[in-house]
Write a protein that binds this ligand. Structure first.
Ligand SMILES: [Zn+2]
Ligand SMILES: [Zn+2]
Length: 220
């Protein structure tokens, strides 16, 4: 079968992740993009044009700021500010003009890193469904994976790419998600019960981070 992407990263993520393998792929790609936007992309006119026009979201701005190249970030923010400033030249004489400017500025609120991630993650969802159908070893690994809520939904939307094995793919996915939700619910119940004055148990500090990873894909 011809896949749309190299499958090595998928195999590694499913073999090695103790949480959601797709979160691991997303984080690896995100890390690479943060590095690029602090290095080679800074002086590249194509990327610079896009970061001027769309900027970075709060989360990725924070990650860029924590990175190693404050000058590179400052240069990108400088031309971003200049670009936004250039959109404010005409005087706003009435309601219509105010709305037009608000629409124009609103179209500039985005994130080039989020949009790159959103562009290529679907290729992984599609390929994973194809791999489930074509490779028995992978389907076993897939069935035991702990997909987070967000990525379980994304994979379900890609179920058609599992072809004749669509039912098995969806069942493996939903059974795995249900087991994770049940486990998390029990874990949080045990955590809450520790706060009862009659209890001598100590709350497990991993209960809330585990629940947040499953329910919001947020790594704490
Ligand atoms: Zn995930
Ligand atoms: Zn972002």
């Amino acid at each position: 079968m011809q896949y749309h992407i190299q499958t090595a990263l998928v195999w590694d993520a499913y073999r090695e992740s103790d949480g959601c393998p797709l979160c691991a792929i997303y984080e690896a790609k995100q890390k690479r993009l943060i590095k690029a936007y602090l290095n080679e992309n800074v002086m590249d006119p194509h990327f610079r044009e896009r970061s001027n026009a769309f900027g970075f979201c709060a989360e990725h701005s924070g990650m860029l700021y924590e990175g190693e190249n404050k000058l590179g970030l400052a240069l990108q923010l400088e031309t971003r500010a200049a670009y936004l400033g250039s959109l404010l030249k005409s005087p706003l004489v009435d309601k219509k003009a105010a709305k037009k400017t608000a629409d124009k500025l609103s179209a500039c609120r985005g994130c080039v890193i989020c949009s790159e991630l959103e562009d290529f993650m679907p290729r992984y969802y599609m390929t994973i469904a194809q791999m489930f159908s074509a490779e028995k070893d992978f389907s076993e690994l897939f069935a035991s994976a702990k997909h987070c809520f967000k990525h379980a939904i994304a994979l379900l939307y890609s179920a058609e790419h599992a072809g004749k094995n669509i039912a098995a793919f969806a069942a493996a996915l939903c059974n795995g998600l249900k087991a994770e939700l049940d486990g998390t619910e029990a874990d949080l119940r045990a955590f809450a019960d520790c706060f009862d004055h009659k209890s001598s148990d100590r709350p497990n500090p991993q209960s809330i981070p585990r629940a947040l990873r499953l329910l919001t894909s947020k790594k704490i």
